[in-house]
Ligand binder design. Structure first.
Ligand code: HEC
Length: 126
């Protein structure tokens, strides 16, 4: 019986570690497929505006900062730098992370989809 707390602590550690790995291990090839859901609204790397702003150079870019794009005030006011963490939070639940933003997209509930599409953006959206 004395072993029980140790076993439980071990299980928590394992779950914690696999969640961290899921975030780290995005697969850009799979992310390309996920990006097909974004491509109608987001140019990847030419700088063109569609319904949404281009993703060109999005990693390391400030939210709401593409010149000439008519962002919502909420997106401009958020003023975060897009990186793996902020993109993960936004893409999980766009309307929760930035209330009032105008992206008409419900989000990617699957963390692996988010990690994959972020890995793809890091590689291809230059
Ligand atoms: C139906 C159109 C649509 C789809 C689909 C869509 N977006 Fe968007 N997205 C927008 C619009 C419009 C905005 C501008 C939001 C604002 O100004 O509030 C935006 C904003 C963004 C931003 C912030 C850009 C910046 O310059 O700050 C990111 C990042 C983003 N989208 C990523 C994605 C990704 C990744 C996907 C696919 C998983 C996706 N979007 C799917 C329309 C869309």
């Amino acid at each position: 019986m004395k072993l029980m707390p140790l076993v439980l602590a071990g299980a928590v550690l394992v779950v914690g570690a696999s969640a961290a790995q899921a975030q780290a291990a995005g697969d850009p090839a799979k992310g390309k497929t996920v990006y097909a859901r974004c491509a109608a609204c987001h140019d990847l790397n030419t700088g063109a505006t569609r319904l949404g702003p281009s993703m060109k150079g999005v990693i390391g870019r400030k939210s709401g900062s593409v010149p000439g794009y008519a962002y919502s005030p909420a997106m401009k006011a958020k003023a975060v730098t897009w990186n793996a963490q902020t993109l993960d939070a936004y893409l999980a639940a766009p309307a929760k992370y930035i209330p009032g933003n105008k992206m008409p997209f419900a989000g990617l509930p699957n963390p692996q989809d988010r990690a994959d599409v972020i890995a793809y953006l890091a590689q291809a959206a230059k």
